[in-house]
Design a protein around this ligand. Structure first.
Ligand SMILES: [Zn+2]
Ligand SMILES: [Zn+2]
Length: 314
């Protein structure tokens, strides 16, 4: 399961924290100014995702690095084309003559197309960008129990949207006659590698693996999507539908009310009805509109959210 927490108030820039169950680290999504984000949470981040570098998504980066200096470990930063250079330039705006070399190491994963990730290393004191590898993949983070994949959307510049996805797990239903033991692990391995006739010893009995497969079932993993700024265009919607289909929970930008469709078009943003509708089309189970224009007051935002829900639930 993923625990998600919006760290920004409605009138602040967007920032969302994702915390997987039984996992040491958190994952910070977007670096907008968010008063709810604590120093401890910043220091516990394993990776930071930045959809694009418009100021409302990147402004808090200095604060984040301020609290990560001295962690003496690697933190991954994922973003679209040019993110590596832009992070380097932000950092080079400060003086670093007193910093120790091992105080932090950033691994930057720059998604340049839907199937290419350029990986760079950036570390003090010189903060020179060192190219590490180019990967033909859309997998940004790979952990024991989950992975994060990216897909690029168009917001008059590329924006990175991303999906946290737990791997499916093979579970067993034991009964009174069959008590747990080392055989459970062996049976699951046989099931996953389709070794139907593998010998499984349970107490004094010997079975073929396939005779016990009826005890097993596959449990789908949890999933969380983050879709930031994008135009409500057919191309973007095709990609959203493909990548986020049947996702458990998705946070999606819904920058404008329906009446402000002209602003949405000019600024390559989505708006309430289109964001709600694409979530319905993608059969997302729990869609949450976020990231509203600052020109709206609380009442306007209530209207915006109800316009979103109308499109999503009808
Ligand atoms: Zn933007
Ligand atoms: Zn934005």
């Amino acid at each position: 399961m993923f625990k998600t927490d919006i760290k920004s108030k409605t009138n602040e820039d967007i920032s969302i924290l994702v915390k997987p169950d039984n996992h040491s680290w958190s994952y910070l999504c977007e670096c907008g100014e968010a008063s709810g984000l604590t120093v401890k949470e910043i220091q516990n981040c394993n990776a930071i995702f930045i959809s694009h570098t418009h100021i409302d998504h990147f402004v808090n980066f200095d604060n984040i690095i301020r609290h990560q200096i001295g962690l003496q470990r690697t933190v991954t930063i994922c973003g679209p084309k040019n993110i590596a250079k832009q992070i380097q330039h932000r950092i080079l705006g400060y003086s670093w003559n007193l910093i120790e070399e091992n105080s932090i190491r950033y691994l930057i994963k720059e998604m340049t197309s839907d199937n290419e990730i350029n990986v760079y290393e950036l570390k003090p004191p010189l903060w020179e960008l060192k190219s590490i590898s180019i990967e033909s993949s859309n997998v940004l983070i790979k952990e024991d129990k989950f992975q994060v994949t990216g897909v690029l959307l168009d917001h008059k510049l590329p924006t990175l949207s991303y999906l946290f996805q737990e791997y499916p797990q093979t579970k067993i239903q034991l009964n009174q006659d069959l008590k747990g033991g080392i055989w459970v692990k062996e049976l699951k391995q046989a099931f996953n590698s389709k070794e139907l006739d593998k010998q499984i010893i349970v107490g004094t009995n010997i079975y073929k693996a396939k005779e016990l497969f009826h005890l097993l079932h596959v449990q789908e993993g949890d999933s969380v999507g983050i879709i930031m700024d994008h135009g409500a265009t057919p191309d973007n919607h095709t990609k959203i539908k493909k990548h986020f289909s049947l996702t458990n929970k998705v946070f999606i930008e819904s920058f404008y009310q329906n009446k402000d469709i002209e602003f949405a078009k000019i600024n390559f943003h989505s708006y309430a009805k289109e964001s709600g509708n694409i979530m319905k089309m993608a059969k997302v189970k729990d869609a949450i509109p976020v990231h509203f224009s600052r020109k709206y007051n609380e009442e306007d935002i209530t209207i915006l959210i109800s316009e979103f829900m109308d499109a999503y639930t009808n």
